[in-house]
Design a protein around this ligand. Sequence first.
Ligand SMILES: [Zn+2]
Ligand SMILES: [Zn+2]
Length: 270
Amino acid sequence: MIFKFAKISARVYEKVICYALVYVITPCFFIFEMALVRPIVIKHYNYGILLHAFHVICGTFCFLNVVGNMIMSIFTNTSVNKSVRVGESYCDTCKIIRPAKAWHCKLCNVCILRRDHHCFFLSRCIGLYNQRYFILYLTYILISLIYSAIYNYYFVLTRIQEYDLVLSLFRIFNPFFRYMSTEPPSIKDVYVLFLCLNGGLIFWSGLLFIYHVRNAMSGVVARDSRLKRRLNMTMLKNNLMNIFGTRWYLAIVWPFAESPLPQEYVMKNI
Ligand SMILES: [Zn+2]
Ligand SMILES: [Zn+2]
């Protein structure tokens, strides 16, 4: 009973974080960058109208791709179709015969086609049909974080001198320095702290990006990531096509574009 309750509350907790991330945190981050940081940086460094427009388009493009790929990762059904009674192994929980690369997820409580892993932040399993969105979500979140970090750095420099920035970094990372410094902590430290958080997120999402993109390029799922494979250009091209689909050139720039997976690859996994 207690275990069951703990499992349910963990699932609810995961869902709350997921929806907060998609519908609150990411849009708030975008609004903060666009409405507060951008105008100050553009004005301070005297950007022309063309450069200004270019940054607005780039920022909006990244935001739409981050949120769009998140939403598509969450709402794309990648579970085993229970009415199809063909496959190679039997799932005791779902009571179905499933394809060879399908695995049961205890959190989603279904068998997932070509299951890669269960993503805590999206509260979903990543499998055959939503891996495209997940990889592109990681790609665009990394690009957006680097882009915003550059903006945030210049924003901080409009508020404080480079010397103060170093001083503030010391104050944040070394609690003892706070008592040695003659200058008291101020709002400037909050700006610098925000920049540090931005840097930390780049590091973390960068690691996730490297791990998952390497697996995708090798054509393996997370549980087989230790398998070493020699790749040639044709294999690499096929592996990427199996994720981004036959219309990959549209899939990589627009999350809602249709890009069906190659038929023979789908047949192998369903
Ligand atoms: Zn199952
Ligand atoms: Zn799952």
